[in-house]
Design a protein. Structure first.
Length: 285
């Protein structure tokens, strides 16, 4: 195995289990002239574990644009450089995009060294359709922007993939439940490839209940997957029942509005009750 001069290698590193660093990744990290790492303090233990002594430089979202020029210069001079992030595949919700784009503009070869990525890892074991999926990364932080993003995804028919922080997971599930409906199938993948790896496959409503009931489920690193919306006919029905629900909610308490809408539309009362609760709690704009 040899490495080429003047190439930027994009090297995926483990998302928890050190044994997931590929033999090719180890070889390239040993052979390049420099490793650009998101956080050198974070990557040093990994590199030490594999006896990799290559020089390190930091490239993260706060210094990316300044450091980039130096790296591009070194690549132009024929040095081989590897880019790694704290975990998983660089650029996937991680730094590196401006550098890679600039390499392409300057005719510098970029070569991926594939390996773990939490999104693909979760999808592969989720039991949700993987033929089409939409990677959404992290949802926006503010409540209104997050809700707006979810509303835009409501009728998306492919599987949705989100990265989520543990202290926001319950709140996000609550929002998803109110936008996508209580019965939408979902999966929470936590601490993938690590000691406490947990996959919970359930409806959004059941998943939220489990996350609220068990503080352990709000720890560690999390990927949330949500099944896509059912095809149009069902979406049309959901829109119609929502319209009826909204009218009844103007006059009736939540429970009664949900019961009557269920009788009119034949839809499940429990789902309509959750939707009615969410509608009633929605801030009026
Ligand atoms: N570049 C990484 C990748 O390819 O997966 C993702 C980096 S992003 C900054 C970190 C997020 O990825 C975490 O907040 C979590 O949502 C997800 N993640 C990373 N490792 C994970 C793991 N072992 N289990 C579950 N989710 C993980």
């Amino acid at each position: 195995m040899s490495i080429e001069k003047g190439v930027l290698y994009i090297v995926a590193t483990p998302i928890g289990n050190l044994q997931d660093l590929s033999a090719r990744a180890i070889h390239i990290l040993q052979a390049v002239d420099l490793i650009a790492a998101e956080d050198t303090r974070h990557s040093r233990p990994l590199l030490r574990h594999f006896g990799i002594k290559t020089a390190l430089t930091a490239l993260h979202e706060h210094n990316e644009r300044e450091v980039m020029q130096g790296i591009l210069g070194q690549l132009q001079d024929g040095r081989a450089i590897a880019l790694i992030s704290d975990a998983g595949t660089p650029l996937i919700s991680d730094p590196g995009f401006p550098l890679v784009r600039e390499c392409h503009r300057q005719g510098i070869r970029v070569s991926p060294v594939p390996g773990p990525s939490a999104a693909i890892c979760a999808l592969s074991a989720a039991g949700l359709p993987c033929d089409r999926f939409l990677f959404e990364g992290f949802l926006p932080r503010t409540h209104s922007a997050r809700r707006e993003r979810l509303q835009r995804l409501k009728h998306e028919q492919c599987t949705l993939v989100f990265y989520e922080s543990n202290h926001r997971v319950a709140e996000s599930l609550r929002e998803m439940l109110s936008v996508f409906g209580a019965e939408r199938p979902a999966l929470m993948a936590r601490e993938l490839t690590k000691l406490h790896e947990t996959l919970i496959s359930a409806s959004l409503e059941e998943l939220l209940q489990q996350v609220e009931a068990d503080p352990m489920q709000r720890k560690g690193e999390i990927v949330l997957l949500v099944a896509g919306a059912k095809p149009e006919a069902d979406a049309g029905q959901a829109a119609e029942s929502r319209r009826i629900l909204e009218i009844l909610l103007e006059e009736l308490p939540v429970k009664q509005a949900a019961t009557l809408t269920a009788r009119i539309t034949g839809e499940k009362k429990n789902r309509l009750y959750q939707e009615a609760l969410a509608l009633r709690n929605q801030p009026t704009e």
